[in-house]
Design a protein around this ligand. Structure first.
Ligand code: AMP
Length: 588
């Protein structure tokens, strides 16, 4: 069987899944053998002879002596690596690349090691997922993919390592090209467009090329559904210019980056017939509010493929609007910068039912059973209100139980708490199928940005300094991720005591925006895919009204906590009715 074929991939996975428990033990043994004697592990495993131990016994020993860790526990080691220390700290193989993962640690960016293993598992994930998709939605070999993907700038750490997001590393890796060759589907845009660093210029060219190759486009994709929705909103403004370029084989003057101009102009040529067709389709679509835009302009596309679960759910309605009633929306795989986790084996399932089957060779997985505390945060805010049991290995998870995922990776993370909450929905052979529930402590997110309650608190603290310096007081605050208006943005509501002039409040707003240092947020703000933060000053007594609302609805005073982030309609109505002043940040 051809080692790149869909059948090969599915057979490979079936065998792994059948023996998921023992494959997990072997995976852990490989990780520990590869990294035997590194500084972090030595303090727990000492001189244990991991090479000659039975895999099952090694697993028990490992789980009993190595403690669970958070990013903060591993961060000092990662920092030493970033600063250029060459002794084996987390892995034996030298780490040369670092990725920026979601969230921040006490206001600093969160690095995790990235190795060739990371790109390899990305390739395996995409090939396996493509195999399952092609079973249900066959595509034509040699066709095109319209991908709304954006590489961010890679930069150097103090020790000279390149750092950037994991997707950026992947787009720049040989595996990105290999995936295209092996799945026999090719992205429309060249490297220069993906890596332009300018969100709008890249998006314009993704569309121009996507339309130039329209009859060959087999599916449309992005990492997160938000990106497709936002790109299509831009298309509503750009389409006339794009049609003009298609007609004449030119490139709009809004594309100013020389590298993109050269590479795109080399690819396109005048196509008046196609341009006239696109233009008439768009004129009709504009009149009908752009409903069904995707199948109209890419009539051979078989589906739209993107992460639509978790924090992407709010964008589904708009995506459905653009896709019309018949084009399937396929939920993309589950992974993180730290490790890939599972694949969607059933591409036809609706996003609310989608599950991800764990691939037991990607990492060694453990699961912390979570039980809901009786105290539930007001306003639907994501309070960390779980009671935990001892972690269990993959072979011991139970259907219907919720867990937090713990990873031991080939990249030097040991019993690392990922912070995601999942539910076991079933099994494929012996490998669990996970339903993604939420980020355990995440409260603000629009697209690739992820900020926790703590990050919000730090930003508010910094942002309110000018207010405090002028003698006023911050009484209470909450926030909301506004995804209804494009581009989405953070809204932070403040109730203040004392008189403060408008210049001071405008400064507070600007400083608060700049104080969100999560890499995803900063990158999105710079490219304006997240709009300026909005500070709303509410009238005195507003937070009391909110508390009264919850108490009136059955909460007790001792349970009540001001929700730090909310999407609750009643609460937002109270907040918006009570808003007396609004400011938009001028940061970025
Ligand atoms: P990052 O570390 O920035 O790569 O973000 C990874 C996080 O994004 C995961 O830990 C999840 O919280 C979320 N995520 C990734 N894939 C999915 C998915 N398919 N569905 C829902 N959330 C996801």
């Amino acid at each position: 069987m051809d080692a790149c074929s869909s059948d090969y991939m599915m057979t490979w996975f079936e065998e792994l899944a059948m023996n998921a428990g023992s494959v997990q033990n072997e995976t852990l043994k490989r990780i520990l053998e590869m990294n035997h004697g590194v500084e972090y592990l030595k303090q727990w495993l000492g001189d244990v002879d991991v090479h000659n131990m039975d895999a099952e016994a090694l697993q028990s020993l490992y789980r009993s002596v190595v403690p669970l860790a958070s990013h903060a526990d591993l961060d000092p080691y990662i920092q030493r690596i970033a600063d250029g220390e060459t002794t084996p700290l987390l892995t034996k193989q030298p780490i040369t690349t670092l990725s920026l993962s979601s969230g921040t640690t006490e206001g600093r960016q969160k690095y995790v090691p990235y190795t060739s293993h990371s790109s390899k598992t990305t390739l395996q994930t995409f090939k396996l997922a493509a195999a399952y998709r092609s079973r249900v939605y066959p595509t034509r070999e040699g066709g095109k993919i319209l991908e709304f993907i954006y590489g961010s700038k890679q930069f150097k750490t103090k020790g000279g390592f390149s750092a950037g997001t994991a997707t950026t590393h992947y787009f720049a890796s040989p595996e990105f090209k290999l995936k295209q060759q092996q799945t026999k589907l090719f992205t429309c845009s060249p490297h220069e467009v993906i890596f332009s660093g300018d969100y709008k210029q890249s998006t314009y060219c993704h569309f121009l090329l996507g339309l130039f190759y329209s009859p060959q486009v087999e599916f449309i994709t992005s990492t997160f559904a938000y990106c497709i929705v936002q790109a299509l909103a831009l298309f509503e403004d750009y389409w006339r210019e794009i049609c003009n370029d298609l007609y004449n084989g030119t490139l709009s003057p809004r594309i100013t980056i020389p590298g993109i101009r050269t590479s795109v102009l080399r690819m396109i040529k005048p196509n008046p017939c196609l341009a006239t067709w696109v233009s008439s389709q768009c004129a009709e679509l504009e009149r009908s509010g752009w409903c069904g835009l995707i199948p109209k302009l890419w009539p051979n596309a078989k589906y739209v493929y993107s992460i639509m679960t978790g924090s992407m759910q709010p964008y589904l309605e708009k995506l459905r609007h653009y896709s019309g009633d018949h084009l399937p929306l396929v939920s993309a795989e589950y992974g993180s910068t730290e490790s890939w986790i599972g694949v969607n084996m059933d591409p036809s399932s609706a996003s609310e039912n989608v599950t991800f089957t764990v691939v037991p060779t990607f990492s060694y997985f453990e699961f912390i059973p979570l039980h809901r505390d009786a105290v539930v945060g007001a306003g639907g805010a994501a309070y960390d209100d779980y009671i935990e049991d001892d972690p269990v290995p993959l072979s011991d998870v139970k259907i219907g139980q919720q867990y937090e995922i713990v990873l031991t990776t080939f990249t030097g993370l040991y019993r690392y708490r990922l912070g995601d909450v999942v539910e076991v929905a079933g099994f494929y052979q012996r490998s669990p199928k996970l339903k993604f529930l939420c980020r355990r402590k995440l409260i603000l997110t629009i697209n690739i940005d992820k900020n926790t309650e703590n990050d919000l608190q730090l930003a508010v603290q910094k942002g309110s300094q000018p207010l405090i310096n002028s003698g006023a007081e911050l009484v209470d605050f909450t926030s909301h991720a506004d995804t209804k208006n494009q581009p989405g943005h953070y809204v932070v509501y403040w109730e203040i005591k004392g008189d403060v002039n408008e210049h001071v409040l405008a400064r507070c707003c600007k400083e608060m925006d700049a104080a969100f240092v999560d890499h995803g947020y900063v990158v999105s703000r710079k490219t304006n895919s997240i709009g300026p933060l909005e500070l709303c000053i509410v009238e005195r007594g507003t937070f009391r009204k909110i508390m009264e609302h919850f108490i009136g609805n059955g909460a007790t005073m001792s349970q009540f906590k001001t929700p730090r982030c909310t999407s609750n309609k009643v609460l937002l109505k109270i907040l918006n009715l009570c808003t007396v002043k609004r400011f938009r940040s001028t940061s970025y």
